[in-house]
Design a protein. Structure first.
Length: 340
């Protein structure tokens, strides 16, 4: 169908819904396709504008359709929702996507490369393993507490409990409980080895890129955060300023302004939760170092004098996000501000 200029594509696991319009906005295509016929259909279709929601597998389909010559644009799902008419179904979603992709002020998500997605999978795998390690550690502590064995907080305390469980001569742990706890300990050791391997992979990815090495020069930005920024921010130029990147991560104040009165609350916590977590943790580390050894940056000294450390950490995370955007777009390295 050569008269189709815009197609809204609602993707799923097996069945895909298409909604196409011509240059005048008239609907000329409503179709449901199975997964096996998707690429064959777009190979015969003349190059056109294709809109998709930025959801699971959307980057894959964006790359595949772009190879066929189509102009593919990914839209955040929350920006498509206002265009859905009445009931929600695949046809209504495809129509809403087709309408949203034609809006002149619509915001789009850059299509990630397979390499960027691979790095993010490594980060998500590490996050899952970290949660499993916490779960196993808490299970060991909780089970041993049933027999009056309580250890201090931290890795050393856990190692004390593991040593008690490994000692068959210690009668404080019953035989049946010891057998079950040894299974948990074996799982914990395996998870620790896998986390170390994930750390090596992520550190290597951060050091392998020139942008990652420059980002690691920012105080509070280590290999983990630098690698995540390179992988998550596919195109830094898509953000007009550093504040836009900070807002995308969810580090700017929430607004409830009306009638010319500005009312600002806490941070929005929208966007990328993982990047926000890493930025705040890095900022907390910088503030702790400043409290112990003295801060060399006047901005941070003045901020800590007015605000609590946790509030200052979020403000510093916002500042680091803006600095990261400036470094990624300008090609320059981080320069430490002169002390007062």
């Amino acid at each position: 169908m050569s008269n189709v200029v815009t197609i809204g594509l609602d993707i799923a696991k097996s069945v895909f819904q298409l909604h196409g319009i011509d240059a005048s906005g008239t609907v000329v295509l409503r179709r449901k396709l199975p997964r096996s016929r998707m690429l064959a259909f777009f190979e015969k279709q003349a190059p056109c504008l294709v809109g998709l929601e930025a959801c699971g597998s959307s980057h894959y389909w964006g790359r595949e359709l772009s190879r066929l010559g189509h102009d593919v644009r990914l839209i955040p799902p929350r920006y498509v929702k206002p265009y859905v008419k009445r009931q929600k179904n695949d046809a209504a979603d495809a129509e809403a996507i087709c309408e949203a992709v034609t809006r002149p002020n619509m915001r789009f998500v850059p299509i990630k490369s397979p390499e960027q997605q691979s790095i993010m999978i490594a980060h998500r795998t590490r996050a899952i393993l970290t949660r499993q390690r916490t779960q196993l550690s808490n299970a060991i502590r909780g089970h041993t507490a049933e027999f009056g064995l309580v250890a201090p907080v931290g890795r050393n305390g856990l190692e004390m409990l593991i040593a008690i469980i490994a000692d068959a001569a210690d009668k404080r742990v019953p035989v049946d409980a010891r057998t079950a706890l040894q299974m948990l300990i074996a799982q914990l050791r395996l998870v620790n080895e896998q986390i170390l391997e994930s750390d090596r992979q992520i550190i290597a990815s951060a050091r392998s890129t020139e942008v990652g090495r420059r980002l690691m020069g920012i105080p509070g930005v280590g290999p983990l955060l630098a690698s995540a920024l390179v992988a998550a921010v596919a195109d830094p130029q898509s953000f007009r300023s550093g504040r836009n990147l900070a807002a995308w991560i969810g580090l700017v104040p929430r607004q409830n302004s009306s009638g010319g009165k500005e009312r600002l609350g806490g941070i929005t916590k929208q966007g990328d939760r993982y990047l926000r977590q890493l930025l705040v943790v890095g900022a907390v580390a910088v503030i702790r170092y400043a409290q112990r050894h003295g801060a060399r940056r006047p901005w941070l000294v003045q901020l800590l004098a007015r605000r609590t450390p946790k509030v200052a950490a979020v403000a510093l995370a916002n500042k680091n996000a803006r600095i990261a955007w400036a470094i990624m777009t300008s090609g320059e390295c981080y320069r430490e501000p002169a002390a007062a």
